[in-house]
Design a protein around this ligand. Structure first.
Ligand code: KIV
Ligand code: ZN
Length: 513
């Protein structure tokens, strides 16, 4: 059987989804989890775009063992040099060079002729080759590129040394049968394509990213580019969990192997959702809360007799044996840190102390603590690690007859603690108002949703917010046993993301892909 390589771009294309701005700690934690998931390649970022992203990619390259570590670069020298600087310490580094090839991108974005594009692609691949043998080339907007010109660029990139050729459906435009035809045409006209790995990178604008990736595998693609929970630009990327489970479940038809450790899928999905602030819809294939639930009596009856009646995947194969009770009120620091170690978290002394305090607070209210509770606490700590603004505490006064009023104490970027109060339409509105005053950031709560990490009335509240910060929209997430505190944390998390993005934009003017 042939192997299909899984190239995960959660930390690069996934992170380009609106409102997500991960800090280095969060990116490193996700990368460690992707390594536990045993993906083949982690695209860690796009180093030229900011000092923060460069540093995060560098840390991943230095610390994460197992998968190849890739960095993205436009086909220009400064990008390629910077990408190499970030990943050179990885055991198996890859430079991913891209350049637009479609008429529309050439005309409106690059103002370049076809000849100039071919020359630039060749120069970019050769420059990357000067650093490493492992070079991927992507003709951006390939599916809207004239097929014969695409053949010419692909041929030239292989002759220049590309070892993987990636065909992106950048705007999620193609249909499965059309994509098969395009890739077959490429194989026919560019026989050298058989000597390298053909990869595909499908966006989900028409909801076809997974279907298109599967079609590509049918005609010979041996790398699929994915993002956990399908996050990414606009409607997102090909969802890792869906394409992997489709390839595994229908191995009888596709005849290929994927070596991802599927038992880590559920946990990876939860971690990415917690750290990006992007919730997973309940009916999402494979990782949605309802994906392994059976509601109707007929289904429940069938599943009780034999799971195969209505289940095509074994939930434990996706890692759904989680939710076990692991700790309780009497568990001490030792048991807590041993559990974290077992779960694969490595925390500094300070982080461990803060996480332990949060655990104790929770254990006072909740008799049994599950691994999902611990994941939520750790994710919350990671989200706030290195943050500009920190919530010190929150005091609330109110009731059905008293106007809600909140006082927030917030630690500023200089370490000073500022206290401000505000009234509001409700407790959450008052808490957000107090934070706006304390930070001086013009932020407005746009939407709010609350969930619970586990079942039961004493569960941790998990709040996701959308916040308008000076005209741009950011997501924020926070957990606490108290829903108002969780909301305040989520609101401040969104402000911190906005601050991070502001810093990145000031640091560079390099455009994203
Ligand atoms: O969608 C796209 O074309 C990309 C490339 C950089 C591969 O993300
Ligand atoms: Zn993309």
């Amino acid at each position: 059987m042939d192997k299909v390589f899984v190239f995960d771009t959660t930390l690069r294309d996934g992170e380009q989804a609106p409102g997500i701005a991960l800090n280095a700690k969060e990116k490193l934690e996700i990368a460690e989890q992707l390594a536990r998931l045993e993906v083949d390649v982690i695209e860690a970022g796009f180093p030229i775009t900011s000092v923060g992203d460069f540093e995060a990619v560098k840390q991943i390259a230095e610390n994460v063992k197992g998968p190849q570590i890739a960095a993205l670069a436009r086909a220009v020298d400064i990008d390629i040099d910077r990408a190499w600087e970030a990943i050179s310490s990885a055991r198996d580094p890859r430079i991913h060079v891209f350049l637009s090839t479609s008429d529309i991108h050439r005309k409106y974005m690059l103002e370049a002729t076809e000849e100039e594009i071919v020359a630039q692609a060749v120069a970019g691949v050769k420059r990357a080759k000067g650093y490493t043998n492992n070079v991927e080339f992507s003709p951006q907007d390939a599916t809207r590129t004239d097929a014969d010109f695409l053949c010419e660029v692909v041929r030239a990139s292989i002759e220049a040394g590309a070892t993987t050729v990636n065909i992106p459906d950048t705007v999620g435009y193609t249909l499965p049968h059309e994509f098969e035809e395009l890739l077959s045409y490429l194989y026919e006209k560019v026989p050298q394509l058989h000597d390298v790995i053909l990869s595909v990178h499908c966006h989900n604008d028409l909801g076809l990213a997974v279907a298109n990736s599967l079609s590509a595998v049918r005609v010979g693609a041996r790398q699929v580019e994915t993002a956990v929970n399908g996050i990414g630009e606009r409607a997102g990327n090909c969802s890792l969990e869906e394409v992997v489970m489709a390839l595994k479940t229908r191995r009888d038809l596709v005849w290929v192997d994927v070596t991802v450790n599927t038992r880590e899928i559920a946990r990876t999905s939860r971690l990415v959702s917690l750290l990006t602030g992007y919730p997973v819809q309940p009916n999402k294939a494979v990782v949605g809360a309802n994906a392994v639930a059976h509601e109707s009596g007929i289904h429940q009856h069938g599943v009780l007799q034999d799971r195969m009646t209505y289940e095509i995947m074994d939930a434990t194969e996706i890692g759904y044996e989680g939710g076990q009770i692991v700790l309780g009120k009497h568990s001490g620091r030792h048991a807590f840190s041993a559990e974290l170690e077992k779960m694969g978290y490595e925390l500094s002394k300070d982080e461990l102390q803060r996480a332990f305090e949060r655990f104790k607070e929770l254990a006072d209210r909740k008799i049994q603590i599950s691994d999902s509770d611990i994941e939520a606490i750790i994710a919350d700590e990671m989200r706030t690690s290195g943050d500009t603004w920190e919530l010190v505490d929150l005091t609330l006064v109110g009731g059905t007859t008293v106007e809600p009023r909140a006082t927030a104490r917030v630690k500023t970027p200089d370490g000073e603690v500022v206290q401000e109060s505000a009234s509001g339409d409700g407790m959450i509105d008052a808490a957000c108002g107090a934070i706006v005053r304390a930070t001086g950031v013009d932020a407005r709560l746009l939407s709010f949703s609350v969930g619970a990490v586990t079942a039961g009335t004493e569960a941790l509240g998990d709040v996701t917010v959308q916040v308008d910060v000076e005209g741009d929209r950011f997501t924020g997430r926070g957990v606490s046993t108290d829903v108002v505190e969780a909301s305040a944390r989520a609101f401040l998390n969104a402000i911190n993301r906005a601050t991070r993005v502001g810093r990145r934009e000031r640091a560079t003017d390099a455009p994203g892909p």
